[in-house]
Design a binder for this molecule. Structure first.
Ligand code: SAM
Length: 278
């Protein structure tokens, strides 16, 4: 496995020119400051603490700089929540053919996105998948291990799971990895955030969260009473799951959750479907 493993405080640039990188930085600031872009009422944001606009703008930067996202890409957002990632992408994907599909089990988030995003940006669409999850969708009718998304083979260039694999057992990450391989075009990329727990990470006093042994072998959780609230895996576990599905690990960028400097909190894996990118 020839993986580029990055531990860096400075943002990556993924081959962007200085001018392109400057324009991206400007766009991220503009997205964060723009009060005309939709944002849900704070009490309806179920996807975690933090500034909704700032985190969305931050991930636009990571998608482009670390994941190699292009304006013309067809994007699949697995676990899209309540549009935190989609809203900034409306300012980046060009609609010809760049487009976006978001899926999530939480109906309220999907409904909000339809009302506030699709209504203005019709090339952004959202769909509820009624997958059961102990915390997010306890009454769901489908098992995560059997998920099949309602899209045709090879119809995306970029798939994202932002702060989603941090809430799933490895069997469900594997199911999404298989679906992603089916849905990506050759050369397409999967951008996954995760907690990858390596030797020494647990001993660092400044690591947040403090993990304890988790519900399955080689897993760790922040809270044994609700293990999927934040789950991490030993380094190599998720990478092997992705490789078994047929993806190649292109890069692993370590986050600052473990107390080391980084431009992002969770770790990021970028994996590629074999073949030439169009
Ligand atoms: C921490 S939130 C992140 C949401 C979004 N990616 C973001 O960054 O704003 C985790 C999301 O994963 C979704 N989720 C939980 N189980 C899922 C599953 N089996 N398949 C897809 N999404 C799931 C939740 O409903 C929730 O929206």
């Amino acid at each position: 496995m020839n993986v580029q493993r990055v531990i860096a405080a400075a943002p990556e640039t993924m081959g962007l020119s200085a001018a392109e990188d400057m324009r991206l930085t400007w766009l991220m600031s503009a997205v964060e400051a723009n009060r005309f872009l939709p944002a849900p009422a704070p009490e309806n944001v179920f996807v975690g603490d933090g500034d909704y606009r700032a985190i969305g703008a931050e991930f636009l930067g990571h998608f482009v700089r670390i994941g190699g996202l292009r304006p013309s890409d067809r994007v699949l957002d697995i676990g899209c929540g309540i549009g935190r990632i989609a809203v900034p992408l409306t300012q980046y994907l060009d609609g010809e053919p760049g487009r976006y599909e978001g899926v999530d089990p939480v109906g309220e988030g999907i409904a909000w996105c339809g009302r506030h995003i699709t209504s203005v940006y019709p090339h952004f669409r959202f769909c509820q998948v009624d997958v059961a999850h102990a915390l997010y969708n306890p009454g769901g009718s489908l098992r995560g291990e059997e998920v099949v998304l309602p899209f045709s083979d090879g119809s995306f260039d970029f798939a994202a799971m932002v702060s989603v694999a941090t809430h799933l057992p490895s069997s469900e990450i594997a199911a999404y990895a298989r679906e992603t391989v089916r849905l990506l075009a050759p050369g397409g990329r999967l951008f996954v955030t995760a907690f990858l727990i390596g030797p020494g990470d647990m001993e660092r006093a400044d690591a947040r969260p403090r993990f304890v042994p988790g519900p399955e072998p080689r897993s760790w959780t922040a809270d044994p009473s609700a293990p999927l609230g934040a789950i991490g895996f030993e380094t190599g576990v998720i990478e092997a799951v992705l490789e078994t599905a047929g993806l190649g690990i292109e890069r692993v960028a370590l986050g600052h959750w473990r107390g080391t400097p980084s431009a992002h909190y969770q770790d990021i894996i970028v994996a590629t479907k074999p073949g030439a990118r169009a």
